[in-house]
Ligand binder design. Structure first.
Ligand code: GLC
Ligand code: MG
Length: 252
């Protein structure tokens, strides 16, 4: 066995089945101890909401945290300021105030709590039917202002407006480059829309947990690849199934 880069979404992917999580965490921490495997969380949550979940579920200390849907990267737990190189990379073509003003013209967009409004992430809640009508109009308004943003819809409710270069997949590649880990030794896990970028930026291995959300399954329908594995099992059990499938770990 040798080291790899393990990247996982938290809600409904790593977290969701407490007893499977315990087994998976035990295996990962042993792998890290023996082989130097790196553990990274890639979550939509802000650092504040991440810390709540980490305490609640006694999550392993990661080697890095990708928070706020790939727009912030932290290397140590108590970092107040996210990686500066990454923030600089995100700032071109981004203007938070203009985005917030434009979005205010759409009453169907309901603002998420303040903790989830981040320097490079503007977040709303919107129903799937309203999203279908609002998304193209909002896109057009953003483009007309020369803002290079991306809309990401997750869990049939959350809309994140992000810089075009800021997503979980590109943040994963930033870390892999920094640590010099090859795509075939990198594996990412997810369940929803904001995880699609983890699976489509390159040749990294991807595990879609069995409980994947409709928007991720719909994407997968037209994006099959030997690098991607749709697990049968849910949550952490699905991750274990995928890690064994790709040969990153062996069956106990
Ligand atoms: C997390 C974040 C939220 C975001 C969602 C989807 O729940 O807290 O702000 O919209 O992930 O990315
Ligand atoms: Mg999730």
């Amino acid at each position: 066995m040798s080291s790899f880069l393990f990247i996982t979404d938290l809600d409904h992917t790593f977290v969701g089945d407490d007893s499977a999580l315990e087994i998976l965490q035990q295996q990962l921490s042993e792998h890290r101890r023996q082989h130097g495997t790196k553990i990274v969380y890639a979550t939509g949550r802000s650092p504040t909401l991440y810390r709540q979940l980490q305490a609640e579920k006694a999550l392993l200390e990661p080697n890095a945290l990708i928070s706020s849907v790939g727009t912030e990267i932290y290397f140590t737990e108590n970092d107040e300021i996210p990686d500066l190189e990454w923030s600089e990379w995100l700032s071109s073509g981004w203007n938070r105030e203009v985005i917030v003003t434009l979005a205010a013209d759409f009453p169907a967009l309901i603002s998420q709590p303040d903790s989830e409004q981040r320097p490079f992430k503007v977040s709303y809640v919107i129903s799937p039917t309203d999203y279908e009508t609002v998304a193209p109009q909002l896109q057009a308004r953003l483009q007309a202002q020369n803002l290079t943003t991306r809309l990401i819809y997750s869990g049939s409710q959350d809309l994140d407006i992000l810089p075009v270069n800021g997503n979980k997949g590109l943040a994963m590649q930033f870390l892999a480059k920094r640590w010099q880990i090859e795509p075939h030794r990198t594996v990412a896990c997810g369940d929803s829309g904001n995880d699609i970028d983890l699976f489509q930026v390159g040749a990294e291995r991807g595990i879609l947990v069995g409980n994947a959300k409709p928007e991720l399954l719909a994407w997968y329908q037209t994006n099959h690849s030997p690098h991607l594995y749709l697990a049968k099992a849910y949550y952490a059990a699905g991750i274990l199934e995928g890690l064994i499938h790709f040969g990153f770990i062996t069956k106990e």
